[in-house]
Unconditional design. Structure first.
Length: 271
């Protein structure tokens, strides 16, 4: 009888181990959001890029949330943001990816609103909000078809040092195998030394623990640290780039990010 229950236990653990962990980091968006939003009538075009030179060789590991492996995966997202008012902006993203040895493919789309409360410096910590709907069109890239993502945005400036915190609460909704599960918790954060307008160093952190009420084991979680350089050039072009290093076995080992953004005033819809 003891062997019988031991066999059931072993089989149960094997089944649980075979269930793929959901991705905890959005590889199309290695970006830390500050408190400040786009001004009314401002249009911003942004190219978010990441490549995985040292990742995993099988799907559903590391940043790969579908069948394609993360090794040499190239992720790119084209973001268009418009300032609806001085306190609220709207954005749409087109997510593309190129698996190792394959062509660039459409992966999905995202739509979001982001806003801020009060004026900067009126409160001890500047507070904003973020709501996003993610549609993953191709299940080979992500096996969760539709997700809702919510973030409070916190910023504190101390002299030249800027600290940005984006806790992430994400949930699969309406369709797919995970729609009845609860919220996942993740984080995006950055610490920057605003040295020069054109050149400033910083550290960025990305990660997640899985479901809030059922955390993934530590070694299956993803946690990354990115030393970055960022700056704003005279022609309205801004950049942010750097290598990222995985801190757990479940993370990809090395990821390189390079983001470019350009903004211009085109006119306000709401006066």
């Amino acid at each position: 009888m003891g062997n019988y229950w031991l066999a059931i236990l072993v089989c149960s653990l094997a089944v649980l181990a075979a269930v793929p962990a959901r991705a905890q980091v959005d590889p199309w968006e290695f970006e830390v959001y500050p408190y400040q939003t786009e001004g009314a009538g401002m249009l911003e075009l942004e190219s978010l890029n990441a490549i995985v030179p040292n990742g995993h060789s099988t799907g559903e590991d590391g940043t790969a949330a579908g069948q394609f492996a993360s090794q040499w995966m190239y992720y790119t997202s084209i973001e268009v943001t418009y300032g609806l008012t001085d306190h609220v902006e709207a954005a749409a993203y087109l997510d593309l990816a190129r698996p190792n040895g394959a062509s660039l493919q459409y992966a999905g789309s995202k739509y979001r609103l982001r806003g801020r409360f009060f004026e900067q410096g009126e409160m001890p910590i500047d507070v904003g909000w973020y709501a996003e709907l993610e549609w993953h069109r191709i299940h080979q890239f992500d096996n969760v078809p539709l997700e809702l993502e919510l973030r409070p945005i916190l910023e504190k400036d101390i002299g030249r040092v800027e600290i940005d915190l984006n806790p992430i609460f994400e949930k699969a909704i309406f369709v797919g195998p995970y729609k009845n599960q609860g919220f996942e918790f993740g984080y995006v954060s950055g610490v920057y030394y605003n040295w020069l307008r054109k050149l400033s160093p910083g550290l960025e952190f990305y990660g997640g623990i899985g479901l809030i009420d059922d955390n993934d084991p530590l070694q299956r979680q993803q946690h990354y640290i990115f030393p970055v350089l960022r700056g704003a050039l005279d022609n309205g072009l801004e950049y942010n780039f750097g290598p990222g290093f995985g801190l757990t076995r479940g993370s990809d080992h090395v990821i390189t990010k390079f983001n470019l953004e350009f903004e211009r005033y085109i006119g306000a819809l709401f006066e």
